[in-house]
Design a protein around this ligand. Structure first.
Ligand code: NAD
Length: 497
C-alpha cells in the first residue's frame, strides 16, 4: 500500500513521522493509501526549510516570480487530466467536476501571473517642497495554508500562488482525506523552476495544525474549513501574533420569486444542491420558495432530483459521485431522518440508494425535503451532502429576513425577472457573495472570495486584491532631495509647505 509522504525542501520525505491515517476510495469504500501524519518536529523542519528559502525568494525579482507562475500555469493545463483523476479517486467527485475546480483554481495562478501589476503602489510627487512620498509592499516571510477536503486543489490554489508570487514561502497542510493532489502540485512547481523550500507540503491532523498555529517563525495562516475549526484557528493563531484569514462553513439559500422561470431555477438549484454530492461551501442547501412559486418549483425539483445519475466519479455517465467518507454518509442519512421526524415532507429520499457493483461505496442519493422550518435540525445544521431543504415563505421581505437571521453568510442567490427585486435583495442580504439568476456565485480570481458572519472569521477574504494585501505589508517612504541648501530644521511637528 502506498504511503503518502510530505514534501519538504523540494523532495518527498517521511521526515520523522510514523503515525498514519487511511485514504479511502469513496466509490468502493476501500482504503487505497495511507497518509503520514506530521509531528510538531516535522513542522519545525518544514518551517526551517521555508525560512531558508525565503532568504533568496523574498529578494527575487518580479520577473523571476512571474516566470515561474507562467510555467506552473502551463503545467497545470498539461496535467489537468491526471490531476482530475487523482482528485476524483480520493474525493469521489466526478472527473468533470474535478476539472472544473482545477480550472477555477488555475485562474488564481493567472491572476498571480500579473502580480507585477497587482503590486504597483502609489507615488505622490512634491507633497511638500522637495519632498515626495511613495509606498511599497513586501512579503511577510513563511506563511501557511490549512485546507479542507472538498476542493483538494482549488482551495489551496486560492492561497499559494498569491503568497509565492508576492515573495513568501509557503507550507501547505492539506486535508488528510485527499492529500495526493497537493503532492503533484509540489512536483509541478519544482518542474516550473520554483526553488526548493518555497512550496512545502506537510500532511497531518490536529497535531500538525497546532504546530503551525503556534510556530513563532510562521507569519500568517490561511484557513478554509468548518466554522468551529475556523474559529479555533483564528483565535489560536492571532494569539500567537499571526495574520489570519479563516473561512468557515455555510448554509446557502436560493430565493425563487413567483416571476422566475421555474424550469430554469429548478435546473440551477438541482445542479447547485447535488453537484459534488452537495460538498461545496457554495452549494445551495436551502431553496426559499416565495408565494405561489412553491408548488410548481418543488414539482420540477422532485423530477430533476430523481433524474440525477449517481455513480463512481470515473464513470463519464455519472452526474454525482459518493460522499467522502462513511461518517459523511451517516451524517447525511441522519439529517434526512431527523427532517422527516421533525415534520418535513421527504419528496425524494436518497438514503437507501445503492450503486450496483459499488455496494460498499459511500453513496447516498439526492434528497429533497419540503415544508422545512427554521426550528428543524435539517435547516439549522450544515449537512454538507446532497440534501435540498425547501422553506416556503410568503414574501421577499420574509425571504431576506430568513437569510439574515441565519448565522452563516457565505453565498446566496435570487431567481427572478425583476430588476427591482434583485437590486433590493443584493443590497439588503447580509451575505458576502450574491448571485442574480446565478446559483453558485464564486467570484472570479481578480475579485476576492469571502462570506459574512460565521462563514468568515476575522476580516480578510481570500485571493484577488485581498490576497495580495494579506500576504504583504506596506512601507510608506517620505523622501527629500533638496535642490538648494534648506533652512535649518524646525522643532515643531512637520507640515507641508
Ligand atoms: P474541517 O474543518 O474538518 O477541516 C479543515 C482542515 O482543518 C483540515 O486540514 C483538517 O485537517 C483540519 N482540522 C480538522 N479538525 C481539526 C481540529 N480539531 N484542530 C485542528 N485542525 C483541524 O473541514 P472539512 O470537513 O475538511 O471541509 C468541509 C468544511 O469546509 C465545510 O464546513 C465547508 O463549508 C467548509 N468550506 C468552506 C469554504 C469557504 O470558502 N468558506 C470552502 C470550502 C469548504
Amino acid at each position: 500500500m502506498t504511503t503518502i509522504e510530505h514534501w519538504i525542501s523540494g523532495a518527498a520525505t517521511p521526515a520523522g513521522s510514523v503515525r498514519t491515517a487511511p485514504v479511502y476510495n469513496p466509490a468502493t469504500g476501500e482504503e487505497q493509501a495511507r497518509v503520514l501524519l506530521a509531528e510538531s518536529s516535522d513542522v519545525d523542519g518544514a518551517v526551517a526549510a521555508a525560512a531558508k528559502a525565503f532568504e533568496a525568494w523574498g529578494d527575487s525579482s518580479l520577473s523571476q516570480r512571474t516566470r515561474v507562475m507562467f510555467a506552473f500555469r502551463e503545467l497545470l493545463v498539461r496535467h489537468e487530466d491526471e490531476l482530475a483523476r487523482i482528485i476524483s479517486a480520493e474525493h469521489g467527485k466526478v472527473v468533470d467536476d474535478a476539472r472544473g475546480e482545477i480550472v477555477r483554481g488555475r485562474e488564481v495562478v493567472e491572476y498571480a501571473c500579473g502580480i507585477a501589476d497587482a503590486l504597483k503602489c502609489g507615488f505622490s510627487d512634491q507633497v511638500s517642497r522637495d519632498v515626495d512620498v511613495h509606498d511599497f509592499r513586501q512579503p511577510l516571510g513563511v506563511v501557511a495554508g490549512i485546507t479542507p477536503f472538498n476542493f483538494p486543489i482549488m482551495v489551496p490554489l486560492w492561497m499559494h500562488p498569491i503568497a509565492i508570487a508576492t515573495g513568501n514561502t509557503f507550507i501547505l497542510k492539506p486535508s488528510e482525506r485527499d492529500p495526493s493532489a497537493s503532492r503533484l502540485v509540489a512536483e509541478l512547481y519544482a518542474e516550473a523552476g520554483l526553488p526548493d523550500g518555497v512550496f512545502n507540503v506537510v500532511n497531518g491532523d490536529k497535531t500538525a495544525v497546532d504546530a503551525i498555529l503556534d510556530h513563532p517563525d510562521i507569519a500568517a495562516v490561511s484557513f478554509v474549513g468548518s466554522t468551529p475549526i475556523a474559529k479555533y484557528v483564528h483565535e489560536r493563531a492571532t494569539a500567537a501574533g499571526k495574520r489570519v484569514q479563516a473561512l468557515g462553513g455555510a448554509k446557502n439559500h436560493a430565493v425563487v420569486l413567483p416571476d422566475a422561470d421555474l424550469e430554469f431555477a429548478a435546473n440551477h438549484l438541482t445542479a447547485a444542491a447535488f453537484g459534488s454530492a452537495g460538498q461545496r461551501c457554495m452549494a445551495i442547501s436551502v431553496g426559499v420558495a416565495v408565494g405561489h412559486a412553491a408548488d410548481g418549483l418543488v414539482k420540477v425539483l422532485a423530477r430533476k432530483a430523481t433524474e440525477v445519475k449517481v455513480g463512481p466519479g470515473d464513470d463519464a455517465t455519472s452526474d454525482m459521485g459518493p460522499v467522502v467518507t462513511q461518517a459523511a454518509k451517516d451524517r447525511v442519512v441522519n439529517a434526512v431522518t431527523s427532517g422527516a421526524d421533525q415534520g418535513a415532507t421527504v419528496l425524494v429520499d436518497g438514503r437507501a440508494l445503492k450503486v450496483e457493483g459499488h455496494e460498499n461505496g459511500f453513496f447516498v442519493g439526492p434528497s429533497l425535503l419540503d415544508h422545512v422550518t427554521t426550528e428543524m435540525d435539517a435547516y439549522r445544521e450544515e449537512i454538507f451532502g446532497p440534501v435540498l431543504a425547501v422553506v416556503r415563505v410568503d414574501t421577499l421581505d420574509e425571504a431576506i429576513a430568513l437569510i439574515n437571521t441565519n448565522p452563516y453568510g457565505n453565498g446566496t442567490a435570487i431567481f427572478t425577472g425583476s430588476g427591482e427585486a434583485a437590486r433590493r435583495f443584493q443590497r439588503e442580504v447580509k451575505v458576502g457573495m450574491i448571485g442574480v439568476n446565478v446559483p453558485i456565485p464564486v467570484p472570479m480570481s481578480y475579485y476576492s472570495f469571502g462570506g459574512w458572519k460565521d462563514s468568515l472569521i476575522g476580516d480578510s477574504p481570500i485571493h484577488g486584491p485581498a490576497g495580495v494585501q494579506f500576504y504583504t505589508r506596506a512601507k510608506v517612504v517620505t523622501t527629500r532631495w533638496p535642490r538648494t541648501a534648506n533652512p535649518a530644521a524646525a522643532l515643531h511637528f512637520p507640515t507641508s509647505n
